[in-house]
Design a protein around this ligand. Structure first.
Ligand code: HEC
Length: 97
């Protein structure tokens, strides 16, 4: 529960910064992430629920994953978007339980 709280706080911080609205995040995730990912099932990439469980204990998960998506590193294809959009999308992806 405490970890879930931390994830929500982290996501809240992103939204509070006013960079990307919750609706924009949903659209971004739908257009840019769900091409290769699904929340429940394995597609080209891992299901978001699985990644969320994998990174549940890692408070720096979003910061650590950002360069992978941004620059296309460590086996992750490069995803176009601003840092704010990618961070918000990662926060969303890791919020699925
Ligand atoms: C072109 C296909 C593609 C797109 C688009 C894509 N991914 Fe991925 N993703 C992958 C693949 C393939 C992997 C498995 C390789 C890896 O673990 O890095 C992966 C892995 C991941 C992981 C797990 C990384 C790990 O270390 O366990 C996360 C989280 C993730 N993607 C989030 C996202 C988010 C958020 C977006 C949208 C901003 C996104 N991905 C867009 C293909 C994609």
């Amino acid at each position: 529960m405490k970890l879930k709280f931390l994830v929500l706080v982290a996501a809240g911080a992103v939204f509070a910064a006013g960079a990307v609205s919750a609706q924009d995040v949903d659209t971004f995730v739908k257009n840019k992430c769900l091409i290769c990912h699904d929340v429940e099932k394995k597609k080209m990439g891992a299901p978001f629920k699985e990644s969320s469980a994998k990174y549940a204990a890692n408070a720096n998960a979003v910061a650590e994953l950002l360069p992978k998506l941004k620059d296309g590193k460590d086996g992750h294809p490069k995803v176009a978007g601003s840092d704010e959009e990618l961070k918000a999308a990662l926060g969303k992806a890791l919020s699925y339980k």
